[in-house]
Design a protein around this ligand. Sequence first.
Ligand SMILES: NC(=O)c1ccc[n+]([C@@H]2O[C@H](COP(=O)([O-])OP(=O)(O)OC[C@H]3O[C@@H](n4cnc5c(N)ncnc54)[C@H](O)[C@@H]3O)[C@@H](O)[C@H]2O)c1
Ligand SMILES: [Zn+2]
Length: 363
Amino acid sequence: MQPIYRFKQTETIKMNCQKVVISQQLEEELTSAIAACEHDRTFILADETTARKCVPLVSDYNCLHGAQLITIGATDTHKTLDSLVHVWEALGEGKATRHSLLINIGGGMVTDLGGFAASTFKRGINYINIPTTLLAMVDASVGGKTGINFKGLKNEIGVFSNANTVILATQFLKTLDTENILSGYAEMLKHGLISSDRMWAELLNFDVEQPDFTQLQRMVAESVGVKQQIVTEDPTEQGIRKALNLGHTAGHAFESLALRRQPVLHGYAVAWGLVCELYLSSLKAGFPTDKMHQTIGFIKEHYGKMDITCDDYPQLLELMTHDKKNVAGVINFTLLGDIGNILINQTATKNEILEALDFYREC
Ligand SMILES: NC(=O)c1ccc[n+]([C@@H]2O[C@H](COP(=O)([O-])OP(=O)(O)OC[C@H]3O[C@@H](n4cnc5c(N)ncnc54)[C@H](O)[C@@H]3O)[C@@H](O)[C@H]2O)c1
Ligand SMILES: [Zn+2]
């Protein structure tokens, strides 16, 4: 029998020592998060964009009085050793000690790199994440994975290390472009699919391109709750954390293929990956076809499609075979028997994968 995991929502929103706060009064919450960390000096890490668009929303808070701003280049191309060295140097020059505090204000690039910088500086200082992209709110800033890209490999160097507190405040999203909103929304869709019909239906009915930020704040809270619950059960991805890989086996292949042509945002590739993996789910695990078609309709409307032909199949298969999640060259998928009914460690034959790619092109 294949392992089937049925997602059950719980009330908890605290994992290990990482507290996730759904913000209502950002200044108060940040003040208490800072007070909860014993500290001498405070540093803020931002990228060039979040330094302009997000840091000003908090810079006059009393709790940040005297905080020193460290800025790195924006986007994933700067999640590098050079940027990391720059952060370590700036901490050193700013006289940071083992008792200093780093506050990461930015998307997943800043929270990944900042978390790693904090976890390694003087063997580890406290840090707080204030994610400012939807992707970072529902995914990157929680769960303790930190790191940088190295030698052309994504997230090659890093450690598991939790932020002391993560504060989710959707007011930052008002300056974020629609493509980046959609990118994060694909992970929310994934969280809906692995958890409940209700969450999934709300996601499909929400106007993501003209978001109501109050409703979005609640949906973000629920969505991050899904990730937290799974990560709490399996922090190091031995089992059920693989549920979070839904859409990512095919998704990473699309993302890597796009890198050779016209790079796409991660969430777009995940959305396209979901199309293939829902098809495999219906083929191999009986995922209901009506729910598959509804989800795919939403994805097609908002994410469009990456233009692929059968000439791309060998490359896509090759990329899936070399995905780092695989063991012994067998392509590993997370599939669904229904919404919230998760099957990890699934495999598919080459022909089934080709069929899924045909379906993706034709749907
Ligand atoms: N640690 C994890 O578990 C995990 C999970 C998923 C992704 N990630 C990592 O996250 C990164 C991607 O995160 P991302 O999508 O947030 O990308 P990002 O951090 O590069 O942000 C995308 C762009 O949006 C800008 N931006 C951020 N907040 C803004 C705001 N409020 N208004 C206007 N512009 C804003 C940034 O400056 C950047 O140009 C990747 O490095 C990926 O590897 C990590
Ligand atoms: Zn992802």
